[in-house]
Design a protein around this ligand. Structure first.
Ligand SMILES: [Zn+2]
Length: 283
């Protein structure tokens, strides 16, 4: 993709080269998100939660020269700027204003309102502070380990996290929380956790459609790239790689086929109305 055509966002906070700043408790939402990311990376969620929950207040420390305005940073600015333009437009059509999330770039570890996270957990969205956290080394890991990668696939990962922000703004995240408190099933490949993730995939597809109309930046192979990534990070594939058998009860993102299908739904329609991944599961 010709990502340089994207408008550079003013909402990127570059904390690379700093130690974790600030403290926060790891709420249930944080645990769920961390678990999802751990599974995405084929790691044991309990190990990762242990790392995240190891709270300590640390002053910002400079841990070496951090890159400034390098290509990774320019890329993230351009993709985030495009999500702002797309969602800003869509909210405007509904007579609303879009409050964009801040994207925090970090290296090593970061403190969020959902707890302290190490880069090992991969990109995540924290609903408590409405920030997307991203260590760009995840992109290298995608290329090396997850069988995905490429600039459009990386943009899709950012758009997926922004999709979780949209779920907070539309009230879906809150409804899911309430359903969880009522004892609704979160687990399994039809549970609400998976439905949330698939909706974020669908929103990423909607973004990709609208962004293409605005920027005309896609190149041949881009969609396949995103679909390959969606399929490479489906829970069934990850679990097969990790242990040789698929355990549907612990699915949190959906199978490869589900992820591909919902990204396509969003991309082909360009319409959030095609992202009702919950269906009959009344919220
Ligand atoms: Zn997600």
């Amino acid at each position: 993709m010709k990502w340089r055509l994207g408008r550079s966002s003013g909402n990127v906070e570059d904390r690379r080269g700093m130690g974790p700043v600030g403290i926060g408790g790891l709420g249930l939402g944080g645990v769920v998100i961390v678990s999802i990311i751990a599974l995405l990376l084929g790691k044991n969620p309990l190990d990762v939660i242990g790392q995240v929950a190891d709270q300590s207040a640390m002053a910002p420390t400079q841990t070496g020269a951090a890159p400034v305005n390098d290509e990774d940073s320019q890329f993230v600015h351009a993709i985030l700027g495009s999500t702002e333009d797309v969602w800003g437009n869509m909210f405007q059509k509904m007579g609303k204003t879009y409050p964009p999330p801040t994207l925090v770039l970090f290296t090593g570890a970061v403190a969020s309102a959902c707890g302290r996270a190490s880069a090992a957990v991969g990109p995540f969205y924290c609903p408590n502070d409405q920030r997307v956290y991203l260590d760009t080394s995840f992109f290298q890991e995608m290329r090396a380990k997850l069988g995905g990668g490429g600039d459009f696939a990386e943009a899709y990962v950012i758009a997926h996290e922004v999709g979780h922000h949209i779920q907070v703004l539309t009230g879906t995240a809150e409804k899911i929380d309430q359903a969880r408190q009522r004892g609704a099933s979160m687990e399994g490949d039809n549970g609400l956790s998976v439905r949330m993730e698939l909706q974020a995939d669908c929103y990423a597809g909607v973004w990709a459609n609208q962004a293409q109309q605005q920027n005309h930046w896609m190149e041949s192979g881009d969609i396949e790239e995103a679909l390959n990534t969606a399929s490479a990070i489906g829970d069934d594939r990850l679990q097969n790689q990790a242990q040789g058998t698929v355990v549907p009860d612990s699915f949190t993102h959906g199978t490869s086929a589900q992820r591909v299908r919902w990204f396509r739904n969003g991309f082909d329609s360009g319409d959030v109305g095609h992202c009702d991944t919950f269906g009959a599961r009344a919220l």
